[in-house]
Design a protein around this ligand. Structure first.
Ligand code: UDP
Ligand code: MN
Length: 263
């Protein structure tokens, strides 16, 4: 059997949430042996996400973990001010570590679990199907380019003689791992062997990925994928916030869109 890909997706309530999750699920439906771990940034699971997951057609786990108020981006803050999704990714890791022993003991599941890989997929990025086959056989940590990120066409690890020797990035290239969240996958065994490795929600701007990876690997150990990091298979796309000017005007006249219709 194929190694399982555990995809951890932080998500939070906003107007485009269901649209994002719908699009993402349609990508994942094309990927064999994928288990989706959806972690809501909310005090409890929401009906919208629960109902959506029940009919999405994927194998999934539905979790939630509220970002503490002092760590959360406030309306009007620039988006880079605080790391987003850290607590949710950590909750996904916690679930994997807790469930691992039982799944490993399950005869039918043992093999898929033995070589499983963990990937952190934000709900608004764009993922090529090829990406998942690149990451599927990860020994420790595999890496590849990410398109449309860091105010560049792409960022990528630079590979010489089959090894990552530095990173192509426009900003603070001397960070331990100047690599976007979408640009790496980790073997589940490595996650289990390092039970304390997690994302530091208080990490300085741009250091969230490093806070996790620096406890797991060295640059020399990174496994370059996507033709030695020459192909862009994932894009850090961001979704425009929908305008609600007319909706708000109509609400004032008592003519707002029916709140019972889920969007
Ligand atoms: N996210 C979250 N809570 C928040 C903001 C973001 O759970 O308060 C999630 C979001 O749904 C996404 C991930 O964290 O899956 C990264 O957030 P975003 O895409 O806004 O970050 P950016 O693209 O600006 O790096
Ligand atoms: Mn994003």
């Amino acid at each position: 059997g194929l190694p399982t890909i555990y995809v951890i997706t932080p998500t939070y309530a906003r107007l485009v949430q269901k649209a994002e999750l719908t699009r993402l699920s349609h990508t994942f439906l094309h990927v064999p042996q994928l288990h989706w771990i959806v972690v809501e940034d909310s005090p409890s699971p929401t009906q919208l996400v629960r109902n959506f997951l029940a009919v999405c057609g994927l194998t999934y786990t539905h979790l939630h973990m509220l970002t503490p108020k002092d760590r959360k981006l406030q309306e009007g803050d620039p988006h880079w001010l605080k790391p987003r999704g850290a607590e949710q990714r950590n909750e996904g890791l916690r679930w994997l570590r807790e469930k691992a022993p039982a799944a490993a003991a399950d005869g039918g599941n043992a093999l898929a679990f033995e070589n499983a890989v963990v990937y952190f997929a934000d709900d608004d990025n764009t993922y090529s199907l090829q990406l998942f086959e690149e990451m599927r056989y990860t020994k420790k940590v595999s890496v590849w380019p990410v398109g449309l990120v860091g105010a560049m066409k792409f960022e990528r690890p630079v590979v010489e003689n089959g090894k990552v020797v530095r990173f192509h990035t426009g900003w603070r290239p001397n960070r331990p791992f100047p690599i976007d969240m979408a640009g790496f996958a980790v073997s589940l065994n490595l996650v289990l062997a390092n039970p304390d490795a997690c994302f530091d929600g208080n990490a300085e701007m741009g250091f969230l990925e490093s806070s996790f990876l620096q406890n797991l690997v060295t640059m020399e150990e990174l496994e370059p994928k996507a033709d030695m990091c020459t192909k862009v298979l994932v894009w850090h796309t961001r979704t425009e916030k929908p305008k609600m000017k007319r909706e708000e005007a109509l609400i004032k006249q008592g003519l707002g869109s029916d709140p019972n219709v889920e969007v």
